[in-house]
Design a protein around this ligand. Structure first.
Ligand SMILES: [Zn+2]
Ligand SMILES: [Zn+2]
Length: 481
């Protein structure tokens, strides 16, 4: 083993310390917990690679003629020239280009060096494996259908192939991946469960900790305080995976369709960079994107389709209700009477309700309007709301009856017995996938398997009709029609 001389003031300088600190991650040189000298020695010995943070893209003749330089951010994969800027750099005193796309994770500029470990992988701390013959403490039972899906997923990942779990909302996807996660961990593999949304990480993390009580688990999302990024099981937003490189042996992506792959290629880049080359991916989704369903249909991607919920009841099918110009009414502070009637009915039945709206402004206006109309215990949430997590937990605990929300809660948030309406389902914000996901919030628990899904609108849209068709179709496949 290579042991570096203990230079002055250096706390971490043993090979294994450096290896543990660097392996599987990507650092900006200035973030490293040791001096540049140490890194240089490891670069020389071939254990560490250093590369520039911003690199010029191959220039086309057009670029040469116009004299415009093009850039690529090596950390986040950003190629959108609009999101690069120049500054007089406070560090190197030159003009530096920097990436605005991943700025929230710390600035990457022309003079930034990205540092990764490329030497041997450190051994995982296996104590948690040797002490146990089983790692999974979940003691529920899977239905026959779930068991078959779980088994197929587990087998396929074991042979290093990717797999699609195409399962309706409420089919118990999370429980189905436990055996595969357990198998991977028992074999000393590093596993990540990635999802696009912070809310979903916050929902999954306690479930994973309960299911795998002896396994060190890290939860990574914006604002999380995580001290153990090298845990064998990481639950993370796709965005936070930018800090990893060549780390994971197996990847689970929950709610893959919420991955705005076509809007933000950075997330796909981050997942690929975090994975070891050839690591299999398990895609979990109720409404997978077309590229995955096509690969599944053509047999290129293995997978399974589950059209029934774990409790055996059909998916609630949405009803459409015309209410006229909802936007104008809410702006003017007028309560649409049919909405008022439905909410009163639900309040009297002591049912909790999600009210989805297309925008932050409408969330505010409608929340205020409802409170004014006497609907007590009503709150509104949206992505930038600093209290959103508290409000969601208050809703879970039954302290709030009506939660007005933008699409941030369309996925992953499970509250037993909740019913749902969309005010303004005809707004372009709600595409068919979003509407299917929203409908999927209802009837998820065995105690309360039914409930209303109501789309209030001012003219049916194709998205609304498609969403209803998809749900009907799934119920047909599930044997309900
Ligand atoms: Zn970047
Ligand atoms: Zn600079």
């Amino acid at each position: 083993m290579l042991l570096l001389s203990r230079s002055k003031g250096l706390l971490l300088n043993d090979y294994s310390d450096v290896q543990h600190a660097l392996h599987g991650r990507e650092f900006r040189a200035e973030e490293l917990p040791f001096p540049e000298k140490v890194i240089k020695d490891y670069v020389k010995s071939g254990h560490v690679t250093v590369r520039p943070g911003i690199v010029p893209l191959n220039e086309s003749i057009f670029d040469l003629l116009t004299g415009r330089k093009k850039w690529l951010c090596a950390r986040c994969g950003n190629r959108d020239q609009e999101t690069f800027a120049t500054c007089t750099c406070g560090r190197c005193q030159k003009k530096c280009v920097y990436c605005r796309h991943c700025l929230t994770m710390g600035i990457v500029r022309s003079c930034t060096k990205l540092v990764t470990w490329c030497g041997p992988e450190p051994a995982l701390n296996h104590r948690f494996i040797h002490q146990n013959t089983h790692l999974c403490a979940w003691n529920g039972t899977l239905s026959d259908e779930q068991s078959m899906a779980a088994e197929a997923l587990n087998q396929t990942l074991q042979i290093g192939k990717s797999f699609l779990v195409w399962a309706v909302a409420g089919s118990g996807k999370t429980e189905m991946i436990y055996p595969a996660i357990e198998h991977q961990l028992m074999n000393g593999r590093r596993v990540v469960l990635a999802t696009p949304r912070t809310d979903v990480v916050r929902e999954l993390l306690p479930r994973m900790r309960a299911a795998f009580p002896d396994v060190p688990i890290s939860g990574l999302y914006a604002g999380s305080q995580e001290s153990n990024p090298n845990a064998p099981l990481v639950v993370s937003t796709a965005h936070q995976l930018i800090r990893y490189s060549n780390c994971f042996d197996c990847i689970f992506i929950d709610e893959v369709d919420a991955f705005p792959y076509h809007f933000d290629p950075m997330l796909e880049f981050a997942v690929r960079k975090a994975a070891k080359p050839g690591a299999p991916i398990a895609y979990l989704s109720a409404t997978p994107p077309a590229d995955l369903t096509n690969d599944y249909a053509s047999g290129k991607l293995r997978g399974v389709m589950l059209a029934r919920r774990y409790h055996g009841h059909p998916l609630p099918e949405p009803r459409f209700q015309w209410i006229g110009n909802w936007m104008q009414m809410i702006r003017k502070g007028q309560m649409p009477s049919l909405l008022c009637e439905w909410l009163s009915e639900k309040t009297n039945q002591k049912r909790q309700v999600f009210v989805f709206v297309p925008s932050v402004t409408l969330a505010r206006d409608l929340t205020e309007l409802l409170q004014r109309c006497g609907f007590e215990r009503t709150a509104g949430v949206h992505a930038e709301d600093p209290h959103r997590h508290n409000k969601v937990s208050d809703f879970r605990e039954g302290k709030i009856n009506i939660l007005v929300t933008t699409t941030i809660l369309e996925r992953g948030v499970t509250v037993p017995g909740v019913e749902v309406c969309v005010v303004g389902a005809d707004d372009p914000v709600f595409d068919d996938r979003a509407l299917v996901q929203i409908s999927g919030r209802v009837g998820r628990s065995a105690e309360s398997p039914t409930g209303d899904v109501l789309f209030f609108h001012n003219g049916k849209t194709l998205a609304m009709i498609r969403a209803r068709k998809q749900i009907e179709h799934m119920n047909q496949i599930g044997g309900f029609h």
